[in-house]
Design a protein around this ligand. Structure first.
Ligand code: ADP
Ligand code: ASP
Ligand code: MG
Length: 407
């Protein structure tokens, strides 16, 4: 069972979650619960670091950020003690979560869960601080924002859990962010692939890495509410019997920026050189588009995380001596809207309908990027909400029937 930050924000909420955990234990299950930092704690810790230093050392950042979840799980253990249960809290390191050495975005390499197993065997409820581990060189690491989801999925896989439940402040995964589209509908069932595209496209209800982990290890997820007793969304492997939604949901993100390098020579090696420079600076490039060339030169556009924009521009600037280009422009006012659906593969015309809908709203498309089960457009950030609502309406996602693929 994993509980997000808003679910443990204050003392009453911690007691509420403790009752939830106790209930599961009393029904005869062994329980491992992963908890996030309370409320906005992680944001506040990030702000505290920035107040001290412009470029905080990543190792020390992890020492700092990992404390948020440590507080939550110790408090949760106390709340469970008061309910008469044996409970023990563990840091990521104590829980045996071994990661690589990439501070602030570490990847889990292995979990040595013997200590957790021993505590479970002794009848305790086990509480694990989410979002953290210990690196191969024995430093505390964190797993990137939203990383408690990944902790939960990885522990579920390592302990061969019957179920991995992600408790949050919404009742499941919806056809769009319910905070933007009030008519969004809760999806009862999604495949790992669909959720992967939703998460990669900005639906922050599950961290991308956690969904990758679930898919790779065949972990079934149940996303549900911390506050309400109702079935949420099951995310599972695709089976042939499953009906495939043409469009299952709409995701959006507003934390990226666009860079265009114009007038580069259209010859082998140019894209490689630019992407290598960005990769060497640790920048994850998302959408990449190269124009048709004219007179032997072309333009290359790409999107990068907004936080990395200055770093990316710096890296491209460094190339100026060795790479011929006419100019670089940046746009930090973009947003992305994505349609996701496993049934898209076999249904032509979805892109056309998407573009028609945006055109009717007068929304200009700056870039287009697709996979077999996703169509993403880059638009002006201020138009995201309008685009999400128009598309939700055009594809009739509020109605249950729209989910059935009439192929
Ligand atoms: P937690 O703190 O529990 O990890 P998050 O804030 O990380 O919670 O994720 C839950 C939030 O994700 C919701 O409050 C909601 O606004 C947002 N969200 C974005 N897209 C979706 C979606 N398609 N379905 C449900 N929630 C979504
Ligand atoms: N507390 C961390 C964050 O805010 C991890 C998490 O909540 O999953 O990103
Ligand atoms: Mg989260």
């Amino acid at each position: 069972m994993k509980f997000g930050g808003t679910s443990v924000a204050d003392a009453d909420k911690i007691r509420n979650v403790a009752r939830r955990i106790a209930g599961a234990r009393e029904s005869g299950d062994n329980v491992v619960a992963v908890v996030s930092a309370r409320g906005k704690t992680t944001d506040q810790l990030v702000a505290a670091a920035r107040e001290i230093s412009e470029r905080p050392d990543p190792r020390e950042m992890d020492m700092l950020l990992s404390t948020g979840e440590r507080i939550s799980c110790a408090l949760m253990a106390m709340a469970l003690h008061d309910l008469g249960h044996g409970a023990e809290s563990f840091t990521g390191s104590q829980a045996g979560i071994l990661t690589d050495t990439a501070h602030t975005r570490a990847k889990i390499l292995d979990i040595k869960a013997d200590r957790l197993r021993a505590a479970l065997d002794a009848g305790s409820i086990v509480l694990v601080a989410g979002f953290q581990g210990v690196s191969t060189d024995r430093n505390v690491t964190t797993l990137g924002r939203g990383g408690s989801d990944t902790t939960a999925v990885a522990l579920a896989a390592a302990l061969d859990a019957d179920v991995c439940e992600i408790y949050t402040d919404v009742t499941g995964v919806f056809t769009a962010d319910p905070r933007i589209e009030p008519g969004a509908r809760k999806l009862p069932l999604l495949t790992h692939e669909e959720m992967l595209e939703m998460a990669a496209s900005g639906s922050r209800v599950l961290a991308l890495r956690s969904v990758e982990f679930a898919r790779n290890h065949g972990v079934e997820l149940h996303v549900r509410s911390s506050f309400r007793e109702e079935e949420g969304t099951i995310i599972t492997q695709e089976t042939t019997a499953m009906e495939k939604a043409i469009v299952s949901g709409i995701a959006h993100r507003s934390d990226e920026a666009k860079i265009t390098v114009s007038g580069v020579r259209d010859q082998p090696g140019v894209a490689a050189e630019i992407m290598t420079a960005l990769a060497d600076s640790g920048i994850n490039v998302d959408t990449i588009i190269q124009n048709v060339s004219a007179d032997g030169v072309t333009d290359l556009s790409m999107t990068v995380p907004l936080d990395d924009l200055q770093g990316a521009l710096g890296a491209i600037d460094q190339l100026a001596g060795q790479l011929d280009y006419q100019g670089v422009s940046a746009d930090d006012q973009i947003g992305k809207v994505t349609l996701v659906g496993a049934g898209m593969k076999s249904n032509p015309g979805i892109a056309a309908k998407m573009f028609r809908t945006l055109a009717a709203e007068g929304i200009n498309i700056q870039m287009i990027d697709t996979s077999t089960i996703r169509i993403t457009v880059v638009i002006d950030r201020r138009e995201i909400e309008r685009a999400v609502r128009a598309l939700h309406d055009a594809f009739d996602l509020a109605s249950e029937a729209a989910r059935r693929a009439d192929v």
